[in-house]
Ligand binder design. Structure first.
Ligand code: 5GP
Ligand code: MN
Ligand code: MN
Length: 384
């Protein structure tokens, strides 16, 4: 970890290199009037809207919608099954096929409303009220591009299931609405931040701040329920195709959220945007075709007890599309022996390994944040 100084707070960096755009955003965070102590940049850091992805920000008294991110509650869920690779291999394509048929991907949603106890206890706040009916069709859907379902193996030859998804269009509506609201209120409450920073905030002691907090927390529940819903469907498919199929405890982490925590003796709102709370078990996905990791979080106070949420991008979507032919990505997956299931291949290059950092280097860079427990290699993937 290295430290750079700014006019206000220092920035602590776990990445070898940080692109200039992300560094500039980190400087804005460091100079934000409500930011506290320091800014932490995880090894997978790259530029986002307002705040870099792979960034951790602690604030006092306010919450910043753009520091949570657009896909509120996006995260990863993983489970170990009792199956060996040998047992699963002959049914692998059938499993992936059925997953693809059962779980809507891309912009698709369910044709029938899904049920969940969650829909009976929604907060009565703007956007949640208006969008709840639509949300019923979005529960248990994967979403596009970066979201995935993987069948993996560990070094003991056990098969794992891992999936990555968030709060779908429901969370995006919440994020967009409250970010706009924060921009509109920028000059009413306290010192304004420059508009081009895209870091408009909502004070926690206002109606608007409380409403966003309630809406965001509900989106976190929705996102977790979304992942649980899909995992349940996948486990049922596996169960129907593999006799004696069972599984262990499901791990689940959010990587876009804000939560009130105590750090350096102070209650702060910790915003993790593309970062994970590194306490207990954490999941760090690699990229399409590369390994992923189950780790033990080391709760390092210097990172506000956080770690990376993945490998992180090195190439923007457009750049990846321009530079890497879809055919090449498909061939590479074949060469790696990874079954690839993707409905629309047009945007596949955006998600290729070369568009992301090397996950093993990222793991090396965060040895003081997490300890690796299990290395997982992909056998097959359903991409959004
Ligand atoms: P996000 O897109 O939510 O910011 O990041 C999720 C992380 O998941 C990325 O940084 C990347 O490291 C990882 N990732 C993206 N696509 C895949 C995939 O197909 N398989 C695995 N294992 N990881 C992926
Ligand atoms: Mn997401
Ligand atoms: Mn995500």
């Amino acid at each position: 970890m290295r430290i750079i100084t700014t006019e206000r707070l220092p920035i602590k960096i776990w990445a070898r290199e940080v692109e200039e755009g992300a560094l500039e955003q980190a400087r804005h965070l460091a100079n934000h009037p409500y930011a506290r102590h320091h800014i932490a940049l995880m090894p997978d850091v790259h530029q986002g809207y307002g705040m870099p992805i792979g960034g951790v920000l602690a604030t006092e008294g306010v919450i910043i919608p753009n520091a949570v991110g657009v896909d509120v509650g996006c995260g990863v869920r993983a489970v170990r099954t009792n199956q060996t690779v040998e047992a699963v291999r002959p049914r692998l394509r059938d499993i992936l096929n059925q997953i693809q048929r059962a779980i809507p991907t891309g912009f698709n949603h369910h044709k029938k409303p899904q049920s969940s106890p969650l829909f009976h206890r929604a907060p009565d706040v703007p956007v949640i009220r208006e969008e709840l009916e639509n949300a019923r069709y979005q529960l248990g859907t994967l979403g596009g591009g970066n979201h995935f379902i993987e069948i993996q193996r560990d070094d003991q030859d056990h098969v794992w299931i891992m999936l990555h998804s968030g709060s779908r269009n429901f969370g995006k509506k919440v994020a967009d609405y409250y970010n706009r609201l924060a921009i509109n209120l920028n000059e009413r409450y306290g010192p304004p931040v420059p508009r081009e920073w895209q870091l408009a905030y909502l004070p926690l002691d206002t109606h608007e701040g409380q409403n966003y907090l309630a809406a965001m927390q509900y989106c976190l529940e929705f996102a977790r329920e979304n992942r649980a819903h899909m995992m349940k469907a996948i486990l049922e498919i596996c169960h129907s195709l593999l006799p004696d199929f069972t599984w262990g405890e499901e791990l689940d982490v959010h990587h876009n959220y804000a939560f009130l925590e105590k750090h350096f003796g102070q209650q702060v709102m910790v915003h993790r945007k593309g970062a994970v709370r590194a306490v207990g078990d954490v999941i760090v996905p690699g990229s399409m075709g590369s390994p992923s990791y189950i780790c033990r979080g080391l709760a390092n106070p210097e990172s506000f007890a956080s770690c990376s949420h993945g490998a992180g991008r090195v190439m923007g979507r457009n750049e990846a599309r321009r530079r890497i032919p879809v055919e090449k990505v498909i061939k590479e997956m074949q060469a790696l022996g990874v079954e690839l299931f993707k409905a629309k291949k047009g945007d596949l290059a955006e998600e290729c390994r070369q568009a992301y950092k090397d996950i093993d280097q990222v793991m090396e860079d965060q040895r003081d944040l997490v300890e690796i427990k299990i290395r997982l290699q992909p056998l097959g993937v359903v991409k959004g």
